[in-house]
Write a protein that binds this ligand. Structure first.
Ligand SMILES: Nc1ncnc2[nH]cnc12
Ligand SMILES: [Zn+2]
Length: 338
């Protein structure tokens, strides 16, 4: 009733479960931080940065994304980066965000782990105080690096483990299967951390199986290629496994050729617990509500579908059950009146 689809999408209380904070670095902030830190960028201006964002696969993107992150040096830089994200997320109706960070991208450049996490944590506290948005941290290991380096990162995080909800696995998927990180994920689990992993973005269904069987993940990031394996789909449905799907990312990284062919509605119809997320919004042309809008238009999603995606995001989050229930109550009230 009443409001148009854009307002309905924005108004739906939702969680964002797949967001790389380094991927929310807008070109304007990239230039501001480069200036503040006395660094020069290989781009003339923000338009030139945006023009460089044309990718034909995941690796094309990762090369540019790691280069962009080089402007992040101080606690204040990480704080400013995260505050900019939270401001956008709140405007999109995000009530809870589980944000991934890649410490190895920074520690490899000599930035102390403490600067990264303290900057993010101070922004998380400020965003909660200012906007009421809650958040959690997912510490992701770069899968193109070694198991030993992942263990070193877990050791560096030791004194902050009570502030980290989960470990994750990202970066170049093909050739770096989940098995490579079996032991470090087991060590993280023994320390009480939850586990997520990118799987089935470019990698085959076998990587999704391994994320489940070997890494014992609580969620699958992306999971698109699971659709190639009917038994795997049945298993994911049976286990109620949340998939953190990222439509605009899938388009920009050529996981789908057009959003018109995106499988989000097929996933819902199969009973998969799919969610919609932005992945790296500064690089892929949109924040979470842009992703809902783009996929709704391309696939003709109904308001009931959109509400189900938002519901899945809340139930798939790592929030305590009472907080999930409270958000779901608000979601159902919103849906009933719009
Ligand atoms: N979509 C993605 N896949 C793998 N690693 C990433 N790091 C940032 N975004 C990523
Ligand atoms: Zn991702």
């Amino acid at each position: 009733m009443g409001v148009d689809l854009d307002a309905f999408i924005t108004g739906l209380p939702k969680a964002e479960l797949h967001l790389h904070i380094e991927g929310s670095l807008e070109p304007e902030l990239m230039f501001a931080l480069a200036g503040r830190n006395g660094l020069s960028l290989p781009y003339a201006d923000v338009e030139a940065v945006r023009a460089a964002y044309a990718f034909s696969n995941l690796q094309d993107f990762l090369d540019i994304y790691y280069a962009g992150a080089a402007v992040l040096l101080t606690r204040q830089d990480f704080h400013d980066l995260a505050m900019a994200y939270f401001d956008r997320a709140v405007a999109d109706g995000v009530v809870h965000a589980e944000i991934m960070f890649d410490p190895q991208t920074h520690t490899a450049r000599g930035v102390p782990f403490a600067f990264v996490i303290e900057g993010l944590l101070s922004a998380m506290a400020e965003a909660q105080e200012r906007h009421g948005i809650t958040s959690a941290l997912i510490m992701s290991f770069l899968r193109h690096l070694s198991e030993e380096e992942a263990f070193a990162t877990l050791a560096e995080a030791e004194s902050w483990l009570d502030r980290i909800a989960a470990v994750g696995l990202d970066s170049s998927e093909v050739g770096h299967p989940p098995e490579k990180f079996a032991r470090v994920f087991a060590a993280a689990a023994a320390k009480g951390l939850k586990r997520v992993a990118h799987a089935g973005e470019e990698g085959p269904p076998a990587y999704v199986h391994a994320a489940l069987d070997v890494l014992h993940v609580d969620r699958i990031d992306h999971g698109n290629r699971a659709l190639e394996d009917a038994d795997l789909v049945e298993r994911l449905v049976g286990e109620g496994m949340t998939l953190t799907v990222c439509p605009l990312s899938n388009l920009k990284l050529c996981v789908v050729d057009t959003l018109d062919h995106h499988p989000i509605d097929r996933m819902l119809a199969l009973g998969l617990h799919a969610t919609v997320n932005s992945d790296d919004p500064a690089y892929f042309g949109g924040y979470v509500a842009d992703n809902y809008r783009a996929i709704a238009r391309a696939r003709g999603l109904s308001r009931a579908d959109l509400a189900q995606l938002a519901r899945n995001s809340l139930t798939g989050s790592f929030l305590p059950a009472d907080a999930v229930a409270a958000h779901l109550d608000r979601l159902e009230a919103f849906v009933a009146t719009h």
